[in-house]
Design a protein around this ligand. Sequence first.
Ligand SMILES: *Cc1c(COP(=O)(O)O)cnc(C)c1O
Length: 437
Amino acid sequence: MKTKYPSLKNVSELKEVFWLNPKIIPYEEAASAINMDIAAIDDAEMRLKKFAPLIEKVFPETLPSHGIIESPIKEINNMKNKLQELYKLKLSGKLLLKMDSHLAIAGSVKARGGIYEVLMYAETLAMKDGILKEDDDYSILAEQKYRDFFSKYKIQVGSTGNLGLSIGITSAALGFNVTVHMSADAKQWKKDLLISKGAKVVEYDSDFSKAVEEGRKLSDQDPMSYFVDDENSMNLFLGYSVAARRLNEQLDNMNIVIDEDHPLFVYLPCGVGGAPGGITYGLKSVYNDNVHCFFVEPTHAPSMLIGMATGLHNDISVQDLGIDGKTHADGLAVGRPSKLVGKMMDYILGGVFTVDDYKLYDYMRYLHETENISIEPSACAAFEGFIKFEATKEGKQYIKQYNLENKMQNAVHIAWATGGSLVPEEINKQFLKTHLR
Ligand SMILES: *Cc1c(COP(=O)(O)O)cnc(C)c1O
């Protein structure tokens, strides 16, 4: 593999890179090439509204937002100044932090896709059984009789941690039997939290792909079991995509305009690709060519980069290039990317950055120090995109290619903070003290 793809030499040598996606095409063409389904995003948004009264009942923490699970967004100018000072850069435009780290229930971006997937499954089962109708108030699903009904069914998922939390907590709250298959890099506190919520946890000494494979096998053997497939689930993907509509509203409320003269740049930490991919899909549908989306992966787990760059998608793993897949960014520790997502990203993703693990802790400290916000190391990968975009020759090439030179002063950059608020205080303190270099 290594000799076959000389362009991936730097990647296989674990160097930080900024890979520009050569296949990206203008939005209109891309939308038809990937059959972009706006109606499906509408449908997902509607379904989440319909479920809001149930969410509000089952998760009282969502009372203030009436059962709508959405995260805050915040301008982080102190962080921007700190980064400019440290890296001796002059970065244009505003820097915002989209705080999915603080999403209710699961404390990570997985609250979007994971919860949506479980709700969708619950709806399908209850409707099929005739105990739920289209125009019912969905909050009835919190009643004991429905919990008893759901308890006959099992939901299983393979996870590096956060998806397991999201699926596990939601499933258990509705009464489902739920088993989470955790990879070796999943943190102990996540396992403990899941068990405390009534989920079953199975541990593997291998990586994410293995946990998924085993989980799927066990689920397939059981006719009452449903496997949440992180790599191939369109429901998860659509749950993530709704983020874009909500973001649009938030930016409107902040009087932030995104248009041809005010480009939006979004930096998304990427594991298997579902969360950043779904968000990108949604963002493209809202902002078309005025949004530029980039993924960020650890140098030790650049799975989406190699899948897209080789065109092999899930037929290549980081191990095929001699990369170990081991990273402190547990949420991004994925060796093999989603093909479903990669094939769509071929047409709409600007590119992929890779980042050294040690920087994640540095970024985490800077954010904590300048803005008093804590997010987990995986989520900090987003900052690498912001810093590197304008400062690299690849970034300059991109800016030139899209005639953005005179628009960069109006740019809006969003670092998508994908997780962190459930990290126990003790562990957060350890993170803040971690120096890998
Ligand atoms: C899961 C996760 C991601 C990436 O999502 P994928 O769907 O795996 O690409 C990013 N950050 C955090 C904190 C996550 O838990």
